[in-house]
Write a protein that binds this ligand. Structure first.
Ligand SMILES: Cc1cc2nc3c(=O)[nH]c(=O)nc-3n(C[C@H](O)[C@H](O)[C@H](O)COP(=O)(O)O)c2cc1C
Length: 212
């Protein structure tokens, strides 16, 4: 069944009509040294409305969770026991997507522009609705606690930091700005993404062209 909101933006029933987005192969060579990227990184909270290209989205998602050793499935960011408890979602004007590291694709999970909804459940932080995309890191603790018990919770939090920093530095390399956002209502974020409550969102990272 198809349904539309009053302004014509497609809603969930339309998610089946949204195709998977095959992302361009990630670039493994950049113009700047890692030292230059670290020195230049600063939280950016105000963005122009210029959209990101699929190439930029792919590069950002790859930096967070891309597979760099296919034989073992190892990724750009380290993970305790390679348990990989984190899934990245990308929220844009087109909809919300889950990043599939194996195929380097974005798989649609919600149709329509959810950025304003995401902003509302994150203390109304304007950076989220201004940015053309927000990447949301969502943890499945059980993947890591299943092997490490309670200490696995700590490991998952540490891993979120690795992933976020990769994304922030990749954003700088792309000439973009980003900010790590930890202040939000967990259940609200799950609802926006249509996810079950056995998952936990840990970070929202708006990314875009910095407003000057
Ligand atoms: C765990 C964590 C949570 C944060 N949450 C928010 C947030 O909700 N909103 C925000 O605007 N900035 C947030 N920040 C960004 C910090 O405010 C920012 O990193 C700090 O002011 C230092 O500035 P810099 O990132 O430019 O070095 C967070 C940073 C971290 C590490």
């Amino acid at each position: 069944m198809l349904a539309c909101t009053t302004n014509g933006v497609p809603v969930d029933d339309d998610v089946a009509d949204m195709g998977r987005i095959e992302l361009p192969d990630p670039r493994e060579v950049g113009e700047h040294s890692v030292e230059e990227l670290m020195a230049a990184r600063r939280s950016v909270r105000s963005f122009t409305d210029e959209p990101l290209t699929h190439e930029q989205m792919g590069q950002l998602l790859w930096s967070g969770q891309g597979i760099t050793e296919p034989a073992h499935g190892f990724r750009t960011a380290p993970s305790a026991g390679a348990t990989y408890p984190m899934t990245l979602y990308l929220v844009s004007a087109e909809g919300a997507y889950r990043y599939d590291p194996e195929d380097h694709e974005m798989i649609p999970v919600r149709a329509g522009d959810r950025r304003m909804d995401l902003r509302r459940v994150a203390l109304d932080q304007a950076s989220i609705s201004e940015a053309p995309v927000s990447i949301v890191a969502v943890a499945d603790y059980a993947r890591t606690t299943g092997r490490y018990g309670d200490r696995g919770v700590r490991f998952v939090h540490i891993e979120a930091g690795h992933i976020a920093q990769n994304i922030h530095l990749q954003a700088v390399a792309e000439g973009l700005g980003s900010v790590p956002i930890g202040a939000f209502d967990d259940d609200g974020v799950l609802e926006v993404l249509g996810l079950s409550d056995d998952l936990t969102p840990l970070y929202i990272i708006p990314v875009g062209h910095a407003a000057r």
